[in-house]
Every structure is written in C-alpha cells, then in structure tokens.
Write a protein that binds this ligand. Structure first.
Ligand code: KG4
Ligand code: ZN
Length: 335
C-alpha cells in the first residue's frame, strides 16, 4: 500500500505535539501532547531556552507513542507538516529541524504550517464539524483575531487586538492577582467562586464601531482595583469574575458583530481561551437566540497540539496548496 498518512509536528511554545492524520479516512488516527507547564511554573512563565531543550527530549518518544497508538509505521507517512511560526524561535527550530530531517530520511515532503491556521482548522477535528464558510474567533495567548474563513487558505482578517491578546490579558491579570502560571485556567477557576458585577470594570472598545479589540487597559483597571483602600484578598474571586465577564462580553459582542457584517451563521472558536467555560456558555446562548451556531474544538484541541497541525497539513496537501521548502532550506517565522 502506498504511504498515505500525514504527520503533524508542533513545538511553537511549551507543548510538544505529534499528530497522525489519515486523509483518505478523513480521520485523526492518534496524537500525543507533552506539556512543559510544570517545568516553567517555577519561573512564572515560559523560559525559552528550557522549552527548546525539552522539545528535543520529547519529540522522538512522542512520535513512537503516536505511531504505536495508531498502529502505524514511519513508512506509512506520506507528508510531514510542522509549525513554522509564530512562536519562540528556538522552540520552532527544534520542530522544524526534526520534521525536515525526518522528511529527508523518508524521502517525503516537509510542509511549513502557520500555527494559527492549525488553531483555526482545529474545530474540524470534532465529530460534528462546521462547514465553510464561517467566522472564526481566534483567542490564544498570542492572538485575538476575527477572521472570515471561506475555505482552506482563504482567510480574511476582520479585526484583531491592538495590544494584548485575550489569553495574555488572562495570564497577566492572573499574575497580578497572585495566581500561579498558567494564569488563564487558574483565573477562570477563581472566577467561578466569585460574582461579576460587584466590581465594575470597563468593556474596552465595546462601542468602537469596528471589530478591533484592546485588553491591556483591563489589566491596569484590575491593578487599580486591587490598590483601592479596603481591597482584600477575599475579594479576589469577585474581581476575577468581573474581569472574565468583561473579556467575555467584548469577545461575544464583536463575534456577533462579525457574523452580522459577513452575513454568516456559523461561528468557530479556536485557541486556548476557547477552553473558557464562561465564554462557551455565553456564546452558545447568544448564537442560539439568533438561530446561528457556535463550534468549539474538543478541549484537548484547544491548546497547542500536533493533531491540528497534521489536519492543516492534510487539508492544504489535498488541495494542492502546500509546498515543501525548496531543497529543504527551511526557515522559521517566529513573528
Ligand atoms: O492556544 P494556546 O494554547 O497557546 C497559544 O498559541 O497562545 O493558548 C494559551 C492561552 C494562555 O494565555 C492561557 O492562559 C489561555 O490560553 N487559557 C485560558 C483558559 N485555558 C487556557 N484562558 C481563559 N480561560 C481558560 N479556561
Ligand atoms: Zn497556540
């Protein structure tokens, strides 16, 4: 049998991911993620040099595990896609070198893949996937973007954050409230014990009349609130809840405006903040009221993983949209 499988390699930040996708079956066969969170937690954030070194340690074992779980062999791989950016330069180089070297040894093409395209297409890994066209709300640690997605490779940017990304705002605010890294999930957990509305925080750019976002002021507003006389740690949960609600209100309002503007009914949410339950609930209700539908990636595909890179590679490959690096002279694009 001719090789047919697509291997995806993700090393842009602090997760090492390997995914194996079968385009003929249109199915993910297996994937494995190793998260470095515990290693970086002691430093309060990702240490790039440590991240690079750990990717080196993890890639080969993860590849073996993924192949074993899929009951596949290396010789079944027809194409290898890897994240070329954006991300940490050293971390990206590890994945790129690994993928290019493996491709060279197997005599198959290596395809550079944009990390955000992986996130964008990740909801298509679900059992009940959305159909094109849709509006995508991409909310990760590095990006907050609204895109009109007409097909694979057909992405029109509708709006984005002019400063901090939504995930970045969660992380920075969490730090400010004394929560451990990674801040987003920790802040969401704290918020669940509090009540929004007891503190009043702004909803930045809510009425800006466009689809741009701004989240850096919100973090400052939280800092100011903690410095008010009478503020005590017992109010942190209420403050966290109000912060989360402010971010979610703005994300929801702009996502709905993007749907209206583009005349589309389907919204796809991708990226780490897509794991936020408050965001999921509010968007779900809002879309149900309007006769639209919102699609979220499975929780395991919200954060960085190799499965979404394998899928993006496969979709590009099948449509003739992927090109390998000429002569294997690969380059990464950290920004
Ligand atoms: O997509 P992702 O895994 O990595 C990037 O490409 O950035 O997103 C990570 C971001 C982090 O900022 C993290 O704090 C945030 O997603 N995040 C959350 C939640 N889970 C992860 N933010 C809010 N609520 C969550 N439940
Ligand atoms: Zn990501």
């Amino acid at each position: 049998l001719a090789p047919q499988l697509v291997l995806g390699v993700e090393t842009s930040c602090d997760e090492t991911g390997i995914g194996l996708y079968d385009p003929r079956q249109g199915r993910l066969l297996a994937h494995r993620v190793f998260s470095q969170i515990d290693m970086h937690a002691a430093y309060g954030g990702v240490v790039p040099e440590l991240a690079s070194r750990d990717h080196i340690r993890r890639l080969v074992p993860l590849l073996r595990e993924t192949l074993a779980a899929a009951d596949a062999r290396l010789q079944d791989v027809a194409v290898i896609g890897y994240t070329t950016g954006p991300g940490l330069a050293g971390a990206l180089l590890v994945g790129a070198s690994f993928a290019e070297a493996l491709a060279l040894s197997l005599g198959v093409p290596a395809i550079p893949v944009h990390h955000l395209e992986g996130h964008l297409l990740s909801p298509l890994l679900a059992s009940d996937p959305p159909e094109f066209p849709f509006v995508a709300l991409l909310v990760s640690g590095g990006h907050t973007q609204l895109m009109q997605v007409t097909g694979v490779g057909e992405y029109a940017l509708l709006g984005e954050s002019v400063d901090d990304a939504a995930g970045e705002a969660f992380d920075k605010t969490a730090k400010l409230l004394g929560l451990p890294y990674p801040g987003g999930p920790a802040l969401a957990r704290l918020a669940a014990q509090g009540q929004a509305g007891r503190f009043k925080l702004p909803r930045p750019m809510l009425h800006s009349g466009d689809l741009q976002f701004s989240f850096s002021g919100l973090k400052t507003a939280v800092l100011t609130a903690t410095q008010q006389e009478g503020y005590g740690a017992e109010q942190a949960a209420d403050l966290a809840a109000e912060f989360q609600q402010a971010v979610v209100d703005v994300l929801c309002a702009k996502a709905l405006a993007a749907l209206k503007q583009s005349g589309l009914k389907s919204l796809v949410v991708a990226g780490g903040v897509g794991a936020n339950q408050c965001l999921r609930a509010q968007l779900g209700q809002a879309l149900a009221r309007r006769g639209g539908r919102v699609y979220f990636p499975e929780l395991e595909f919200c954060s960085d993983n190799g499965a979404m890179i394998a899928l993006a590679t496969a979709m590009r490959w099948q449509r003739g949209l992927a090109s390998s690096t000429p002569g294997g002279a690969f380059a990464i694009r950290p920004r």
